[in-house]
Design a binder for this molecule. Structure first.
Ligand code: SIN
Ligand code: MN
Length: 214
């Protein structure tokens, strides 16, 4: 990661790290993400409980998030039965380093890799399917963005709480842990044509790193 990200603490435990990844690191990570999304165990569009289709292509590494049952499992029993690919060691090390840069400890064993096309979105939700102990301890989620910028929504811990909009650009990280671990969040829209030209990409890749248990 860059030695000089600009760090803004939006709420206790919620940090926006601007320019966290330099462009060469963004390029390398983007290549790996693309290869994974179209690899032997490819990304898919989840259909969640209630029948709604998500507005992203998703691939879970380390453990699979089952969107019909809202739980993690080793194989994709809600889709094609294939095993979740392993979480690459360099991905883990990067997420750990980002968490440490804001004074938090994370030893991730899950990464959810999402691709948003220009119509991609994600409704307000909480990340609460990880293990009880990790949630209670406020072990953070580390999110990394690549490609087109997104309007990221950050609410409170109740659905009716007011929501702030944060513009997440390529190379930015967002960390939410401690008292912010269960804040509602989502993505209202992708801003077309805002990716760094060097990346030659349309749409947005987002990686969220999580730790299932302590
Ligand atoms: C997520 O909440 O899982 C993804 C958030 C993002 O794309 O920034
Ligand atoms: Mn989430």
């Amino acid at each position: 990661m860059s030695s000089w990200p600009e760090i803004v603490e939006l709420a206790p435990g919620a940090f926006h790290l601007r320019r966290c990844l330099p462009i060469d690191a963004q390029w390398a990570l983007l290549r790996r993400c693309r290869a994974l999304l179209d690899g032997a165990v490819p990304a898919y569009v989840p259909v969640v409980r209630g029948g709604g289709r998500m507005r992203v292509r998703m691939l879970c590494l380390g453990r699979h998030w089952n969107g019909k049952q809202y739980r993690y499992e080793p194989t994709r029993s809600d889709f094609d039965g294939l095993p979740a690919p392993p979480l690459p060691e360099e991905f883990r090390a990067l997420a750990r380093e980002i968490a440490a840069s804001v004074g938090m400890s994370l030893d991730p064993d899950i990464c959810i890799l999402n691709y948003y096309d220009l119509r991609g979105q994600m409704g307000l939700h909480q990340d609460k399917d990880e293990g009880e102990r990790a949630l209670a301890a406020g072990v953070p989620v580390v999110s990394l963005s690549l490609g087109d910028a997104a309007r990221f929504l950050l609410g409170g811990t109740r659905r009716r709480d007011p929501v702030d909009t944060v513009r997440l650009e390529s190379g930015d990280a967002f960390v939410f842990g401690g008292p912010s671990r269960l804040r509602y969040h989502g993505v209202s829209r992708i801003e077309p044509g805002t990716a760094p030209p060097e990346l030659d990409v349309t749409g947005r890749f987002n990686l969220t790193f999580r730790q299932y248990d302590l």
